[in-house]
Design a protein around this ligand. Structure first.
Ligand code: AMP
Ligand code: GLY
Length: 427
């Protein structure tokens, strides 16, 4: 089969890496891809958000299947457009991708179907939002309704901080239209866990639990990033908790989307918080998480293409989905200054040596005019290792990363450390 993957980050590298191992994939393409993806797929110079361009290219080059990985093209309806052109695609349609694209939608859905989440109110008027914050007091959480590169959330410790976030979103247009509607919600506490699940709209198969590390610096300090590393599975996320979430969150969400006439096919990302009152939803995403995917797909033993086709064809119950009895750690190597301001174009050394003991997924890299692999983004690489235990996986990832260097390289030194000492239900 000829398969095209949309996107060009670490997540897409992990997807391409896994798809390239499928005997059924005869030709693999990625748009736009990156320097690492180019080793396993032919890169196509199209933007991930260029819906018309992607559909035209996929038609012209007779693609059999297209995997749409990032949130933006999903929210723009790329899957609908591909399917309308007769090209089978993996990912939710626009009317289901809204579960990520609008926090107001997802909160209303959870309320309507009794799915546990933080109490909230939605506002389009700044004065009313400010009055609500005054009345509720702090701590309180302010969220832009729409997509904001994972940066549209402020967990405010004071009323002033919450009001400043509201002003930035609603009056100063910090996130454009994504911030003209805001959700204000109660602050929850507890460890966070990500569960990614394959679904065909009716049936659901969970992947191993995982944990992102969103803050830029050690000890969960500094600004929020797209994610500085991930581990899988999460030691404290027991089978009992999984079963509880199945009953109260995962299956009810799939059923709710179906009942709303928005059946969700693809990967549904459950961002959970294990609160003293039980697991609650922090957020949904309509796609694989990044960097969680690099860790999680490293543990997949089955053929990813077969699973994706089964999701697309409503036959997930027949699919063979097996996982390695092991642990994985993905350590992100970022550009110094990320997520605020950083320079790109620095040559990267040591990739080959690191690749001997880990899989080095590329996030922001490209080849320059001198054919060198250089940095080309905030998150540059995701050094991903597996091991019999989480400790072994973390050690391997850090050892492999020692071989790699580029100017101003920044990484956290504590990926997975808290999870190592985690006991049930604690962080
Ligand atoms: P989100 O983009 O909705 O996942 O939010 C980003 C991060 O903000 C989450 O991973 C949490 O750490 C934090 N967060 C979001 N909502 C809440 C909440 N209601 N209570 C506490 N922390 C939250
Ligand atoms: N790791 C967070 C996300 O993919 O949104």
């Amino acid at each position: 089969m000829k398969v095209l993957v949309i996107g060009g980050g670490g997540r897409e590298h992990a997807i391409c890496w896994k798809l390239s191992q499928s005997p059924k994939v005869t030709e693999l393409y990625c748009a736009p891809g990156n320097a690492g993806i180019a080793r396993v797929a032919a890169c196509v110079p199209l933007k991930a958000t260029d819906v018309d361009g992607v559909v035209a290219w996929a038609k012209e080059h007779t693609m059999d299947f297209v995997v749409v990985a990032p949130d933006d093209p999903l929210a723009l309806g790329m899957v609908d457009a591909l399917e309308a052109a007769g090209i089978p695609a993996f990912g939710p349609r626009k009317n289901a991708a809204i579960i990520e694209a609008s926090k107001a939608f997802s909160k209303d859905l959870m309320k309507k179907y009794g799915i546990p989440t933080a109490k909230y109110k939605t506002f389009t008027d700044l004065a009313a939002a400010e009055a609500y914050v005054e009345q509720q007091g702090a701590p309180i959480v302010v969220k832009a309704d729409g997509l904001a590169l994972g940066k549209g959330v402020t967990v405010a410790e004071t009323v002033e901080e919450a009001k400043a976030a509201l002003r930035e979103m609603m009056a100063e247009g910090k996130f454009g239209v994504s911030g003209s509607t805001v959700v204000i919600e109660e602050r929850m506490t507890g460890p966070e866990v990500t569960v990614l699940a394959f679904t065909d709209g009716t049936y659901l198969v969970c992947m191993p639990s995982s944990r992102d590390h969103k803050r830029a610096y050690d000890g969960d300090r500094g600004p929020n990033t797209g994610g500085m590393g991930a581990i899988a599975p999460v030691p404290g996320f027991t089978d009992e908790l999984l079963q509880q979430c199945m009953g109260t969150i995962f299956l009810p969400t799939i059923a709710a989307m179906k009942a709303e006439g928005r059946p969700f096919q693809g990967v549904l990302y459950f961002g959970l918080m294990l609160t003293p009152d039980g697991p609650k939803v922090v957020e949904y995403n309509a796609r694989f998480g990044d960097p969680e995917t690099q860790a999680v797909l490293s543990l997949l033993d089955s053929d990813l293409l077969d699973i994706m086709l089964a999701c697309r064809n409503g036959a997930l119950h027949e699919a063979d989905v097996r996982w390695k009895d092991a642990a994985a750690c993905c350590l992100v190597l970022a550009s110094g200054g990320y997520p605020v301001a950083y320079q790109s174009g620095y040559p990267i050394s040591g990739l080959e040596e690191a690749g001997k003991s880990a899989v080095v997924f590329h996030a922001g890299t490209k080849r320059d005019e001198q054919d060198r692999i250089v940095t080309a983004g905030g998150r540059v690489l995701g050094v991903t290792a597996t091991g019999d235990t989480l400790g072994a996986a973390i050690d391997s990832a850090y050892k492999a990363a020692k071989h790699i260097s580029f100017t101003d390289m920044h990484f956290r030194t504590d990926i997975g450390q808290k999870s190592l000492t985690e006991t049930e239900g604690s962080d």
